[in-house]
Ligand binder design. Sequence first.
Ligand SMILES: [Fe+2]
Length: 160
Amino acid sequence: MMNMLIFEEGHNRRTNHILKVYALAKTIGENENLDNDTMEIIQCSAILHDIGIKLCKEKYGLADQVHQQLEAPLEAEKILKSLGYEKEFIKRVSYLVKNHHNYNIIDGADYQVLVEADLIINAFEENWENKKMQKVINKIFKTKTGTELAKRMFPNKLEQ
Ligand SMILES: [Fe+2]
């Protein structure tokens, strides 16, 4: 987390986003009783998941999905390698960083929890409308904790 906060150089919105997604992903994962290895993957990928935004803005002048998917996993791998993480761990985290906006290929609890945490925080930050939040919960949310949290955190936005 220290590396990521330093990397963002005090950028207000992105720094806040990282801290929020990290805390929520950790909360959901712990409540789902996931094992320690999975929790470590979730926490690292939550910290690194939007690492491509700053890089792409600097390099290409914009942070679209295509460029982020190109740059983000490479940077994530570099950071994790320098921290001494193992190959398989690095592979999984960079895969999650690359694909966290791809909701059609979710293939594990780590992936699911990261997606749910990011979506809830995005919904808060972007003040999503009723319909959109409802649709997203029905379509993408799978964990008991994430679904319940989303419903309770947006009570006025959902049909009860
Ligand atoms: Fe995000």
